[in-house]
Structure formats: structure tokens, C-alpha cells
Ligand binder design. Structure first.
Ligand code: SF4
Length: 326
């Protein structure tokens, strides 16, 4: 199947007075055309830095290296800022968590949407901008689009704002969208509607989605594949159903068990994952999850677990290695 994005050995480090923070520390993944990969993990695991690395919107202090980043067949590993700006929107676009901070509060929706159409279609007439703006608002389920074009972001409900944000992201007709916690700020009913909308748009436009989330509940509603990130690395990756029904990595298990309302077998209940994400200035020497892992053995504290690949799944954990050997 055609790959929309292929990332090999991405490392994004930050130079700080205290030392080097390895926010993303050697991750590889790919996304097929028209599919969704969810990158899941707690805050601070490196998932948002991964997405900002892909669209080259990192702060000055960041240092990015990768063996390769191929987007829609083009090598974008070493693009400079100007070249990167050109691929943003046209090739890859971003839907942010809180539309209130990414929409401009002082401009009407008409102007914000119009800017995208004008940028990507030089010479387009005002009448056509308006017509396309109405069409795209309809497409993302905004009622009375003509009226809504005239309002400011704060005059819309949270759900409508997120729909407008999605419309702006899609106005450039990108082949790939990064959705960073797209529903976190919304209540559960609206959340489900927005996820349904994304799924529908994905089908209509055959676009690929990289979903960034801490919430396995969201993953189960929309993802085809899931990559679980912990302390700058991917610890497990596979088809959503496989990972969800039979997680191999202890961290994935705990993340799934912490979904509210998930059915757990007796003796398996864990309200939340004990401890916190390790300090990225000094990651543990062995498995980075060892200090929090209920199954940690001696070797886990001394050596990094190897990545074990089995079919279209992979996991980095000594436990899985034992199972294969035995
Ligand atoms: Fe736990 Fe060891 Fe597996 Fe790490 S390698 S997740 S510490 S069992």
C-alpha cells in the first residue's frame, strides 16, 4: 500500500542550560494513504514534539535529525524554513487542540478561511472565495454557513469552533492532517461528533491522519494503527484492534486499563499508572519504563529491551522476548 508518510529514526533534541533533553529519541513509523495512525502517550512523552518536527515548527533551541522523512514521496528531512512553509497546508496541515488559541480572535471567520483559499489559489476571485468558504463550512457540518462567516470565533460554541478549525485546516486540500488532541477541550457528545466528522472527511478526501492523543478511548474510535510512545520512544505499535484487545507492552496495558469505564478482570484493576514520566535529562539506564513497571526484572534496570517484530506488530519489552524464546 502507498505510504503517505515514512519517518525513519527521528531524533528531536533540545539544548538547555541543564543539558540535552531528548524529547524524541529515535522513532520510526509510517502511515498509509487514507489511514489513521494514533500516536498515544502521556504528556511529555514526545508525541507533540514529533508532530511539530514533521511540520518544522520547532523552537530555535531544537535540533532535528532523522535518517529520512518522506512525505507524499518527497524527502523533506532537511527542508529549510521557507521550503517547509510551502509544504505546510498544501501537503500537510494541522488541527490543534484548542481552536480559541489557533483561530485569530480579532478576525471574522470569513477572513481567516479566505486567507487560506487565497494563499493556495493565487488570483482566485472574491466571489469564488466566498463560495468555497460556504461549501467547506457545509462540509464540516456548520449550520447556516453564510451567517457564520460573519462572526468572530468567540461567538461560536466550542464544537462549532473546532469544526471551523477543521475547515481551515482542510481548505488547502492537504493529503495529510495532523490532529493534535482534536477533541480534548470538548464534552463527550461533541467529541464523538467531531471524531465521526474526521472519519467521514478522511473517506471523502482520502487523506491520512496522524492523531496525537493521550486518550486510548479516542484511539479506539478512529485509529487504524496505534503507536504507543513513552519517554521519547515508541514502545509498541500495531493494528488498533490487536493492540487494544491484546496489548503486549505493560505500559500499553496500563494505558488501556485507565480508560474510564473499561471492563477489567478482577485483580487487574488499576486506577492510574503509578509514578510519573522520567526526567528527560536523565532517562533510566535500562528500560525507560522500568521504575513504573509492575513486571520489571533485574535486567530491565540494566539493559534496554530490544525491539521485537512479529508480523505487523512490534514491541520493546523483555517480557515479550521471554515468550518468544519459550
Ligand atoms: Fe517492564 Fe521490563 Fe518490559 Fe520494561 S522491559 S516494560 S521494565 S517488563
Amino acid at each position: 500500500n502507498e505510504k503517505c508518510l515514512e519517518v525513519k529514526n527521528l531524533r528531536t533534541w533540545f539544548h538547555t542550560p541543564e543539558g540535552i533533553v531528548k524529547s524524541v529519541d529515535g522513532i520510526s513509523f509510517s502511515i498509509e494513504r487514507g489511514k489513521t495512525l494514533a500516536l498515544v502517550g502521556e504528556s511529555g512523552c514526545g508525541k507533540t514534539i514529533t508532530s511539530l518536527s514533521l511540520i518544522k515548527l520547532l523552537p530555535e533551541t531544537a535540533e532535528l535529525h532523522a535518517d529520512s522523512i518522506i512525505l507524499n514521496g518527497r524527502d523533506v528531512t532537511n527542508l529549510d524554513k521557507n521550503e517547509a512553509r510551502k509544504i505546510r497546508g498544501a501537503e500537510i496541515s494541522m488541527i490543534f487542540q484548542e481552536p480559541m488559541t489557533s483561530l485569530n480572535p480579532v478576525y471574522r471567520i470569513e477572513r481567516q478561511l479566505g486567507e487560506v483559499f487565497r494563499l493556495h489559489n493565487p488570483g482566485i476571485s472574491s466571489a469564488e472565495v466566498k463560495q468555497r468558504s460556504i461549501e467547506i463550512l457545509k462540509k464540516v457540518g456548520v449550520p447556516n454557513p453564510e451567517e457564520r462567516l460573519k462572526v468572530y470565533p468567540h461567538q461560536l460554541s466550542g464544537g462549532l469552533r473546532q469544526r471551523v478549525m477543521i475547515a481551515i485546516s482542510l481548505a488547502s486540500n492537504p493529503r495529510m492532517v495532523i490532529a493534535d488532541e482534536p477533541t480534548t477541550a470538548l464534552d463527550v457528545t461533541i467529541q464523538a461528533q467531531i471524531l465521526d466528522l474526521l472519519k467521514q472527511l478522511q473517506k471523502d478526501m482520502n487523506m491520512s491522519i496522524l492523531l496525537i492523543t493521550h486518550d486510548f478511548g479516542v484511539v479506539s474510535q478512529i485509529a487504524d494503527r496505534v503507536a504507543v510512545m513513552y519517554a521519547g520512544r515508541i514502545v509498541e505499535e500495531g493494528k488498533m484492534e490487536d493492540v487494544f484487545t491484546d496489548p503486549w507492552h505493560p505500559y500499553t496495558k496500563l494505558l488501556i486499563l485507565s480508560i474510564p469505564g473499561i471492563k477489567v478482570t478482577r485483580g487487574n484493576r488499576l486506577e492510574s499508572i503509578q509514578g510519573s514520566v522520567p526526567n528527560p535529562l536523565k532517562f533510566p539506564e535500562g528500560c525507560r519504563f522500568a521504575p513504573r513497571c509492575p513486571y520489571a526484572k533485574d535486567i530491565c534496570h540494566k539493559q534496554q529491551p530490544p525491539e521485537i517484530v512479529s508480523g505487523d506488530r512490534r514491541v520493546s519489552c523483555f517480557l515479550r522476548g521471554d515468550q518468544h524464546e519459550g
